[in-house]
Write a protein that binds this ligand. Structure first.
Ligand SMILES: *Cc1c(COP(=O)(O)O)cnc(C)c1O
Length: 435
């Protein structure tokens, strides 16, 4: 598969270049030059395939010219010891649970695949790299878990001190080995700025092969298409068209759904569900894209004012607003509506949702009311509710169960290196102190 930059069509890259550069030099986004179709034979029998078999087939369809099938099998085998089950919530609506991975958020699907495919390329070339990642919460945990003990890769995570939840902080700071957590006395924006500066620094580039694990890396996008196929495999027997509602922030998740659709997955419609950070729903209504500064909400992993995958999302529809409108509807909700949805589903189905999931649920219900058509609805659950335990318990007025995986973390001592948000301090750590 050849990739091109959304800003300069003839700026091309191989898979390996796209993965290790993360961004093209012109600051566009890498896009596949053409999108191959999944085979009809496979789709005819997909209901009998496991999650891993689906992941292998999708990867082989996209990347089979670069990586042999047996290598793809071992990449998928290494990446996934968890799945994406659907659970029935109303007579026609299912939740697609994407929180069964090590960090209990859907970002595990992207991070684990990215780690496995980077490790494959590194072993071939005998190189070592250092991943730098700034996190406001969930990304860091998924990346830390994804790259933990992967040979040839060390990981440095920058997070804003006091601004991530207890569980999130423990996920970053308790692994050790090749994962180092830098606790920055500043904001997420400071963390991001430090990472950007590091990539521009000549001395650091000379000392290390620096790489990024941010959400626009194509190696995180591709694997997020797997679970759309997996949902279809589980629901195909119902024989109805599928509508996916996707709780969105940077729009990587929804873009991956559209990639699956472009590969031939039968999808009737997508719902781009957001909180008050609603640049994409507004674009879908008005045709004008006006990103704004981000607003704080209770679904904070979606507090993105200017979504980084917007360009990719529209490019999948050849930047044609009418085409995207036929396939994607927008919906956005405030915190009160989100909490109401959490209580509604808990009352009706005894099912506990995180606030992000609730936004998607609500988007699906409103779409059903508006269209009155008969379909199977799937809303994506992007995190386990226990990751947001304070908010969830307060909303439902009831204590909820915390999975052992998260509970045991709280007893482990955190290990972080505190630093001021100064590039000189960051650089000297990288040059001298870090393993
Ligand atoms: C990252 C995240 C999202 C947003 O996903 P995008 O791909 O950025 O749209 C939604 N929910 C949770 C829990 C997340 O961590």
């Amino acid at each position: 598969m050849i990739f091109y930059s959304t800003k300069t069509a003839d700026l091309k890259a191989s898979l390996e270049e796209a993965i290790f550069n993360s961004l093209p030099p012109d600051n566009g986004l890498y896009m596949p030059e053409s999108i191959p179709a999944i085979s009809k034979e496979f789709m005819d029998d997909i209901e009998n395939k496991s999650f891993k078999e689906i992941a292998i087939e999708v990867t082989a369809t996209l990347l089979g010219s670069e990586i042999t099938r047996s290598e793809i099998e071992s990449i998928i085998d290494r990446a996934y010891d968890f799945e994406a089950p659907v659970v029935k919530i109303t007579p026609n609506d299912y939740v697609l649970e994407l929180f069964h991975g090590p960090s209990m958020a859907f970002k595990d699907f992207g991070a684990r695949f990215m780690a496995a495919i980077m490790s494959y390329f590194l072993q071939r070339s005998n190189k070592e790299i250092r991943i730098l990642v700034a996190t406001s919460g969930d990304t860091g945990g998924a990346v830390a878990q994804g790259f933990y003990k992967v040979p040839g890769i060390s990981v440095t995570i920058l997070y804003p001190s006091g601004k991530v939840s207890d569980i999130q902080e423990k996920q970053l700071t308790t692994l050790g080995h090749n994962v180092t957590a830098l606790e920055v006395e500043g904001t997420f924006d400071d963390c991001q700025r430090l990472v950007k500066e590091a990539f521009l620094d000549a001395e650091l580039s000379e000392k290390y092969n620096l790489a990024s694990a941010n959400s626009i890396n194509i190696a995180r996008l591709i694997p997020q298409s797997f679970y759309y196929f997996a949902a279809y495999a589980q629901l195909k027997k119902l024989g109805k068209p599928l509508v996916f509602s996707v709780p969105s922030g940077n729009f990587g998740n929804l873009s991956a759904g559209v990639l699956a659709y472009r590969m031939g997955l039968p999808v009737e419609h997508f719902i781009a569900a957001t909180n008050a950070n609603n640049a994409v729903p507004r674009y879908l209504t008005s045709g004008t894209y006006e990103p704004l500064p981000s607003i704080e909400t209770i679904s904070n992993a979606m507090d993105v004012g200017s979504p980084s995958n917007f360009v990719r999302l529209t490019r999948f529809f050849n930047d044609d607003w009418n085409a995207i409108n036929e396939k994607v509807s927008g919906a956005f909700y405030n915190d009160e509506q989100t909490q109401k949805a959490m209580r509604e589903v808990f009352g009706n189905a005894n099912y506990v949702m995180c606030p992000h999931t609730a936004v998607a649920y609500r988007g699906l219900q409103d779409y059903r009311k508006k269209t009155g058509s008969d379909f199977t609805g799937v809303f994506l659950s992007t995190a386990h509710p226990a990751k947001f335990i304070d908010l969830v318990e307060e909303t439902l007025g009831k204590s909820i169960e915390v999975p052992e995986r998260l509970k045991s973390l709280l007893d482990i001592e955190k290990v972080s290196i505190k630093m001021k948000p100064e590039f000189s301090e960051f650089k000297s750590l990288l040059m001298n102190a870090l393993k």
